[in-house]
Design a protein around this ligand. Structure first.
Ligand SMILES: [Zn+2]
Length: 299
């Protein structure tokens, strides 16, 4: 990608090296579960159960799924660190890509008579607190609709390259653009509709809705790629393939086969490798939101 000397977004919240109070990687609900037996032994136990269940439901419905489905990722969060020169360059790259998504979506929203509200992107290391709860880097990049922020631990890019065999800067850009795609869905009201529909469905049905939402975020990422390429000539030969390789590498079927040797389609939440490549390409080729209606083209 040709990204150097381009505008960097000012909407980056750099929280790398910050330690969360309490330390460790246990999520908020895990802590609550540990406290539960103690609380149950006291008066007001039932009330506490209701509170805990309520909090868990809130975190379930408040958080958009991270970039990929993770069945058994056990990597521990890294310690606080001083960014190296390479990490600093990665942070600058992230700010340039975010800025370019801002330009793209501001323009597309304007064409539709809407105003684009730019998201903040939080860089973190190890673990982070969002309005959707506490998350460790092990869950991968994610978007929290409640605070309209994208969260990325840049070590994910190492994972993408080494664990998923998907190297390249445009593969990294695709990750950012996918999370920004969830923000666009949030602004357009898609995320709310999906949550409402999911509430009335069984687990398999809710998973299927999640797949359609994720594929649309892939398509939206493709739309950004289209504009970055056509209007700003940011792409170089081979870049498109990098994104397609990444999309294929994190398909649910591929990840499940790698993790457990078999595939359970009813548990998919992000779509197959073929679907993720298809929808990214759909957005990339068309550059248009109307081409990304994964919900009504679902068969
Ligand atoms: Zn996603």
């Amino acid at each position: 990608m040709r990204w150097k000397n381009r505008r960097r977004s000012s909407n980056i919240d750099d929280r790398r090296g910050q330690r969360l109070a309490g330390g460790g990687s246990g999520g908020g609900s895990t802590v609550l579960l540990r406290l539960l037996p103690m609380l149950l032994g006291r008066r007001g136990g039932k009330w506490m159960i209701a509170l805990v269940l309520g909090l868990m439901a809130a975190s379930y419905f408040g958080i958009d799924l991270p970039f990929l489905s993770l069945g058994n990722n056990t990597s521990a969060p890294s310690q606080a660190h001083q960014p190296t020169a390479a990490e600093q360059e990665l942070a600058e790259f992230t700010a340039v890509v975010l800025a370019d998504t801002e330009d793209t979506w501001t323009e597309l929203f304007k064409q539709a008579g809407l105003q684009y509200q730019k998201p903040k992107l939080v860089l973190f290391s190890g673990a982070v607190q969002s309005a959707c709860g506490r998350a460790s880097a092990a869950v991968g990049p994610f978007y929290c609709p409640a605070d309209k922020q994208v969260y990325i631990d840049l070590s994910f890019y190492q994972d993408l390259k080494n664990r998923h065999n998907a190297p390249g800067d445009f593969a990294q850009a695709y990750v950012i653009a996918h999370e920004v795609g969830h923000h666009v869905q949030n602004l357009l009201g898609v995320s709310d509709k999906v949550r409402q529909r999911q509430a009335a469905l069984d687990k398999a049905g809710a998973n299927h809705m999640s797949v359609l939402q994720e594929l649309q975020a892939d398509c939206f990422a493709g739309i950004w790629g289209h504009h970055a390429d056509r209007f700003r000539q940011m792409l170089e030969p081979g870049d498109l393939d990098e994104a397609l390789v990444a999309a294929a590498a994190i398909g649910d079927d591929r990840l499940q086969r790698e993790a457990q040797g078999s595939v359970q389609p009813e548990s998919f939440t992000h779509g197959t490798s073929a679907q993720r490549m298809h929808w990214f390409k759909m957005g990339f080729d068309s550059g248009s939101i109307s081409a990304c209606d994964t919900f009504s083209t679902d068969s």
